[in-house]
Structure formats: structure tokens, C-alpha cells
Design a binder for this molecule. Structure first.
Ligand SMILES: Cc1ncc(COP(=O)(O)O)c(C=O)c1O
Length: 385
């Protein structure tokens, strides 16, 4: 995590700050009295959700314009029924909505608690069969999770000189012994996209030898999502699994909904491997906003506006960056990325630190426009321009 949600912050307000001082001194306080004391009518609720006040959070590729009102109204209805486990009707409704949009069957969709859970499950399913072949730089958290458990090895394939995914080299690395291939399109942290006409034939060929997972967490932000996605390969019956999420364009990272798209047979195996039961509130929020075109359009517009602000700043400073089709920009500041991160944090601006040995490359996420503006104003001094 790029900043410290510290014990200091959680407890620094002290009991008095949380309205608990009174109940601590009275000793035998009933639970309801304690709750009233903690949240006396009209008192501000403790600020424990989202980034701390004053911090420009540009480190985690979230969309601060979410969740959509359409998501929140459904979520609150589900919360009222929070006594009950998630109903099959809710599960079927979301799976059907997703399937219908892509001309698939609901059985081909597995909803998970964020796409991270799905990707972790896939790493556990396929990792023991052989190496996970992937580009050198990709969102490797879930592959590392399986690797740290001794259940997978990651075989990283060098990027092209311009930081792209080297598909021919990845193809050459795939054998019948490969556990799975994992691609991220658009990629994180590079933000680069492989067009459909490039990625699809390569994925189709690789899927003859092994399972290919394509992580499409940011695909709704690509210039041409329909032309970029590998979903057509699933429809053609290839051994391909797509993962997607409500954490990015839908602005629901904290609500935790992701899903896989695969054959019904593979979906059955993924369901058996996934570990959590996604909350009914998460299903509700996703159902509420899945088709909310007005919200998606607004989010895309804000993200593109922020991206243009960042790239204009980088152009002015003469810095190199990769063309982004996501809600983050990977740029070369010429300074150690961790130093840039630390200097910005002193100004209450959080961005990502260094990836692997890409020392001078930094990743900044598109947060609220005013926060992105703070980053753009602060950057020149931080890099000594
Ligand atoms: C490329 C990519 N895939 C998947 C995820 C996981 O997201 P979530 O578990 O919130 O769906 C992330 C998170 O940042 C990501 O960057």
C-alpha cells in the first residue's frame, strides 16, 4: 500500500474523538448506549473509509467518481436484507446480465469477490500444472500469491524495447508443459493495449497448447473495447478465460465484484476453486449499475480529461510516457521512482513506487480532477525541473 492507513490515524483521534470517552468512564455501558455514544445523533461519522482527508489518492487505479447512484440504491436495498445469504436469484440476475451483453450463457460467468479472487483461483488451479507464462511486467499479485504458497512458478518473458508485451516471444515460450498463460490487456502498469487483431490470433494459437487467461480489468477504458477483447475466442470454444472487474470504470473497488468468462465446463472448476461468497450487497451494486451508460460515459470523460492533464504536463516537462488506454499513466521521470513517490507524499499526493528494476518509471492514477491537478502542479519541483 502506498500510504499508511496508520494506527495513528485510526486511533489518533482518541476515544474522545470517537465519542467513546463517556462510555469508557461509565464502565458498565450497554451495547446500544455505547453505539449511541460512538455516533451521537448529528455527529460526524469517523472518517475511516476511502483515503484520508487531504490526501490526493493517485496510487491504486480507482475511479473516485463511483459508485454510481444506480449501484448505491440497489446496494442499500440488499443491505436491508443483510440477514440472509446471497440469493441464487441475485447470482443468476448478474450472471444473466453479463452473459446477455456478450451473447453467452449465464453458466459461462463466475462472479467473484473482485477479479483478484478469480485470478488467484486460476493461479491455484493451473499453477501446479506448470509455469505461469506472462510478460515480465504485468499485474502479478495473484500469480505471486500462488507462487508464495509453492503452487506456481512465474515464467516472465522480456518486454519489447518499447515496453510492450512481446507476443511472439510469449508464444515461443509456451509448451504443452505450461500451466497457463496470463496476459493483461490493457496491461498494468504500462497502460499499453494490444489490439484485437494482434492479441486474438496469438491467444488462439497458444490456447491449443494451454489455458490462456486474459485479464481485462481496464478494457472498458480502451479506445475500442469490443475490438480489443478476447471474448470472441471463448465463444469459438477456445481454452481461454477472461477476467473483468467492477473496481475500475464502475468505481466499486471497495465493494468487490469481479467475474470470469469461460466455457461452462471451466466455469464449474473456477466455482469450485474460488474461496469466498460474494456479499449480496456487492451483487446488488453490480446489478444496479451494470447497464448505467450515463455513469460509464461520465467516468470515461473524467478519466480522459485527467489523462490529458497529465500527458500535457509530461509533454511540457519533456518526459517520456507510454500512451495510456487506462486510468493511469506510466512515465519516466528520470529520478528514482521511490524518491518521487516519497517527495509527493510529503505534499499529500500518493502515487505508486518502483516496479521491479524499472527504477525511473512511475505510475500515476487518474483520481479526482482536482487531485490530478495537484499532482501536475507538484511534479516539476519534485523532479527538479
Ligand atoms: C490488471 C488488474 N487486474 C485485476 C486487478 C484486481 O482488481 P479487483 O480484485 O479489484 O477486481 C487489478 C487491481 O488493481 C488490476 O490492476
Amino acid at each position: 500500500m502506498a500510504y499508511d492507513i496508520s494506527r495513528r490515524r485510526l486511533f489518533g483521534t482518541g476515544l474522545a474523538g470517537l465519542g467513546l470517552a463517556g462510555c469508557a468512564s461509565t464502565g458498565a455501558t450497554s451495547l446500544s448506549t455505547a453505539t449511541e455514544a460512538a455516533f451521537p445523533p448529528g455527529a460526524a461519522e469517523p472518517d475511516i473509509f476511502g483515503p484520508p482527508a487531504g490526501l490526493a489518492m493517485l496510487a491504486r487505479n480507482e475511479n473516485p467518481y463511483g459508485p454510481a447512484p444506480s449501484a448505491l440504491s440497489m446496494l442499500s436495498k440488499a443491505a436491508e436484507k443483510g440477514a440472509y445469504y446471497t440469493s441464487f436469484e441475485a447470482m443468476e440476475t448478474l450472471a444473466s446480465l453479463i452473459a446477455e451483453r456478450h451473447g453467452l450463457e449465464p453458466e459461462q460467468i463466475v462472479v467473484t469477490t473482485g477479479s483478484g479472487e478469480a485470478l488467484s483461483a486460476l493461479a491455484l488451479m493451473y499453477g501446479p500444472n506448470g509455469p505461469i507464462v506472462a510478460p515480465r511486467l504485468f499485474w502479478d499479485t495473484t500469480a505471486l500469491y500462488a507462487a508464495n504458497l509453492g503452487l506456481a512458478n512465474i515464467q516472465r518473458v522480456a518486454l519489447t524495447p518499447d515496453m510492450g508485451i512481446d507476443l511472439p516471444a510469449i508464444e515461443a515460450a509456451v509448451t504443452a508443459e505450461t500451466g497457463m498463460v496470463q496476459l493483461c490487456n490493457p496491461n498494468n502498469p504500462t497502460a499499453l493495449v494490444l489490439p484485437g487483431e494482434t492479441i486474438r490470433p496469438a491467444v488462439a494459437r497458444m490456447s491449443e497448447k494451454t489455458t490462456v487467461v486474459v485479464d481485462e480489468a481496464y478494457i472498458e477504458l480502451a479506445d475500442d473495447p469490443a475490438g480489443t477483447t478476447c471474448i470472441p475466442l471463448v465463444k469459438e470454444g477456445k481454452d481461454v478465460i477472461i477476467t473483468r472487474t467492477f473496481s475500475k470504470i464502475y468505481g466499486m473497488a471497495g465493494i468487490r465484484v469481479g467475474y470470469t468468462i469461460s466455457s461452462a465446463e471451466t466455469a464449474e472448476k473456477i466455482r469450485a476453486t474460488a474461496m469466498s461468497w460474494t456479499p449480496s450487497t456487492s451483487f446488488a451494486a453490480a446489478i444496479g449499475c451494470y447497464d448505467d451508460e450515463a455513469f460509464l460515459h461520465m467516468s470515461r470523460r473524467k478519466i480522459v480529461e485527467a489523462r490529458e492533464m497529465v500527458t500535457t504536463t509530461l509533454d511540457t516537462l519533456g518526459l517520456t510516457y507510454l500512451p495510456s488506454q487506462t486510468n493511469f499513466v506510466y512515465f519516466q521521470s528520470g529520478k528514482p521512482a521511490n524518491d518521487v513517490q516519497a517527495a509527493l507524499l510529503e505534499k499529500q499526493i500518493a502515487i505508486r513506487g518502483q516496479y521491479m528494476d524499472y527504477t525511473s518509471w512511475s505510475r500515476v492514477s487518474m483520481g479526482k480532477l482536482e487531485d490530478v491537478e495537484r499532482f501536475c502542479r507538484a511534479l516539476p519541483a519534485v523532479i527538479g525541473a
